[in-house]
Design a protein around this ligand. Structure first.
Ligand code: NDP
Ligand code: MG
Length: 381
């Protein structure tokens, strides 16, 4: 039995993680969880999964849940609560499915507490990949990918421990605007941006997919997870999202991982690794029915955020922190109808250009730069 602590239980990844736990009650048990502000769903999750410890974002929600559920369950709130849930004594695995760099500190603390990390929260690796991976190495802790592309690469690498990787090929569906030119993006609406062709996900990552920043964040995530230079990480447009990513080896052999798009597959693999388990109501891949798979080269001018992410990743130091924080602030402004879609990459580029890079930043420096960048972005509109 693996005891699980789940951060972001009410989100897209969170609820799919709960589905995996629900379908394997003999393998997994939810002991601690955190949510943001969706208290109606939180009540349902508590009733069904009966966790020991629950963290909410705000104090008011904490007070009302505490009086509602009595002393059977322990509650906490805020960022301190998030850390308490991440290091919860009984848990073996932390599933980090919160959105944004708020997931960084809880992840570092869970690594120190020797928890296995199942990481969906890619912003954590983008903003401070060196701190996370160094801490994991020092503590002998595994960081297992939940992101579908990285899970695909991880699956392709099983049994290849001693074989150097020649190249990673990360596939990209192209997001909601893949068939639009840059000019056609001028007046796109939030609802159009939120309408992803292949995946149903949280709002922020759906916008990141439309700008292609999601793929940029994933390139940086892959750099840290698989210890590869950026020159060996390619992105390929593949609109069907059937090949989840590929690995090329020295002998030119390429391994790919395929499957119907379903995030429960990578989530479950991270939880059951190295074992595989049946997937409840999983849709089997039928290639004859699909008939054709399509691939296109990435256009870095059309998908300008991808170019910015490669550049920030290659420079390193605090620049990926700026990239991530600027993106979080700009996407939030777009979702709040304060800026237009094309303003997102413009604001991010502004933040990157004015920043003086600090090499090998510590946690305090990263937090400071993250906050300063958000303030700067919000001063631009
Ligand atoms: P959602 O927006 O659906 O869920 C985010 C979760 O985090 C919710 O439980 C939300 O709470 C909670 N949350 C948000 N902000 C805070 C905060 N400040 N403090 C505490 N909790 C907070 O996001 P997704 O599930 O789509 O994504 C989560 C992470 O996984 C992201 O890093 C994303 O990039 C990554 N990911 C997602 C994929 C997907 O298919 N969705 C695929 C690959 C990676 P509440 O709703 O209760 O307010
Ligand atoms: Mg992904």
């Amino acid at each position: 039995m693996k005891y699980i602590s789940l951060l972001g239980a009410t989100g897209s990844i969170g609820t799919q993680t709960l589905d995996v736990i629900r379908n394997h009650p003999d393998k997994f048990r939810l002991v601690a969880m955190s949510v943001g502000q969706n208290i109606a769903l939180t009540r349902k999750i508590i009733d069904e999964f009966n966790p020991e410890f629950v963290v909410v974002k705000n104090r008011d929600d904490y007070e009302s849940l505490k009086s509602e559920f009595g002393s059977d369950i322990r509650f906490s709130y805020g960022e301190e609560g998030l850390v308490e849930a991440a290091v919860y004594g009984k848990s073996d695995v932390l599933v980090n499915a919160v959105m944004g760099s708020v997931g960084l500190f809880p992840t570092l603390q869970a690594i120190s507490a020797k928890k296995t990390i199942a990481l969906a929260n890619k912003e954590t690796l983008v903003t401070a990949g060196h701190l996370v991976m160094n801490a994991a190495r020092e503590n002998g802790v595994s960081v297992l990918p939940v992101d579908s592309e990285h899970s695909a690469i991880f699956q392709c690498l099983q049994g290849e421990e001693n074989n150097p990787i020649e190249r990673l090929i990360i596939t990209a569906s192209g997001g909601s605007f893949r068939d639009k030119s840059r000019e056609e993006l001028t007046n796109v609406t939030i609802n159009e941006a939120l309408n992803h062709p292949n995946w149903s996900m949280g709002a922020k990552i759906t916008i990141d997919s439309a700008t292609m920043m999601n793929k940029g964040l994933e390139v940086i995530e892959a750099h840290w997870l698989f210890k590869l230079p950026y020159e060996k990480i390619d992105v390929l447009l593949h609109r069907e999202s059937i090949i989840h990513s590929m690995v090329e080896f020295q002998d030119t052999s390429v391994k790919a991982q395929l499957g119907s798009p379903d995030m429960r597959v990578p989530i479950q693999y991270a939880l059951s690794y190295p074992e595989r388990l049946p997937l409840q109501n999983g849709s089997r891949l039928n290639l004859a029915e699909i008939g054709k798979l399509h691939f296109e080269e990435m256009d870095f001018n059309r998908f300008y955020c991808l170019k910015l992410a490669y550049e920030a990743g290659k420079v390193g130091g605090t620049l990926p922190t700026v990239l991530n924080a600027a993106n979080e602030a700009a996407v939030s402004a777009f979702l709040n109808r304060r800026i237009s879609f094309l303003k997102i990459d413009e604001l991010i580029e502004n933040a990157l250009e004015r920043h003086t890079v600090i090499k090998h930043p510590d946690l305090d420096t990263i937090n400071k730069i993250d906050q300063e960048t958000r303030v700067f972005i919000n001063s631009l509109f």
